[in-house]
Design a protein around this ligand. Structure first.
Ligand SMILES: [Mg+2]
Ligand SMILES: [Zn+2]
Length: 242
């Protein structure tokens, strides 16, 4: 089947919604209840922009909380409903949502839902979720984008040829670990919004090469932070790593 469409694949936690500190168990993790689910600043606006430029906005997320006993499938569904509703209120639409519910070890003490305790081919860093989405929506993965805040997001996206964006600080510990592992995102940006600005810029370049007269992006809108995109020539976005 012809791969005619392109997508922005979005990790969920730390990209669309805030990560939660669970004081009772002393861990930083996904929200375990709908009340703990809060959109990141600018997330709806960024996804609305993805919608507007004609790319598919598709969530690809590892959610092992059921396998680990943190929440039920029912509660996860409620969290998903809240995400869709809050994004819709902000004018944003997700084209699809793919979740890996598996975990190779589960909670470790049998308290999780054992049906999801397994090795699978969809848990990132494996690209199973992206491949499944590509089949359904006829997506050209090599011409698509992956935005995430973990090494595993970058690995999943890079393994199928997506342009990858790490949301993080250029001096972050994660970046040092990535460099040691030989994993390199194409871009490091401080937020989903900034990632989408770069995508808009790249799409605009593609369009202008094809001779269409698409809207001109204001460059000052894109080159927000000299640490990330410091260069004289706006036509050559530097792929920078810390
Ligand atoms: Mg994440
Ligand atoms: Zn899986």
């Amino acid at each position: 089947m012809e791969e005619i469409r392109r997508a922005v694949f979005l990790d969920r936690d730390g990209v669309i919604n805030e990560i939660i500190y669970h004081q009772d168990i002393g861990v930083i993790d996904s929200p375990f209840t709908p009340e703990q689910f809060h959109l990141m600043d600018g997330a709806a606006w960024a996804i609305q922009e993805i919608n507007r430029i004609g790319l598919l906005a598709i969530v690809v997320t590892n959610q092992p909380g059921i396998a680990k006993g943190h929440l039920s499938k029912r509660v996860l569904d409620l969290i998903t409903e809240k995400m869709i509703k809050e994004l819709a209120l902000g004018g944003a639409c997700l084209d699809d949502i793919y979740m890996c519910l598996h975990h190779p070890k589960g909670s470790g003490n049998g308290s999780g839902d054992q049906r999801y305790v397994m090795d699978c081919s969809c848990r990132k860093p494996k690209p199973g979720l992206l491949i499944e989405a590509a089949k359904k929506h006829q997506i050209n993965l090599a011409a698509s984008y992956m935005i995430g805040d973990s090494i595993t997001d970058i690995q999943a996206g890079a393994s199928v040829g997506c342009t990858t964006f790490l949301i993080g600080h250029p001096k972050c510990d994660l970046c040092r670990i990535m460099e040691k592992s030989g994993v390199r995102p194409d871009f490091i940006v401080p937020s989903l919004l900034e990632a989408v600005k770069v995508i808009k810029y790249q799409e605009n370049l593609k369009n202008s090469f094809q001779g269409s007269s698409s809207e001109q992006l204001c460059l000052s809108e894109i080159f927000i932070d000299d640490n990330f995109y410091a260069h004289e020539n706006p036509l050559s976005i530097e792929r920078k790593f810390c």
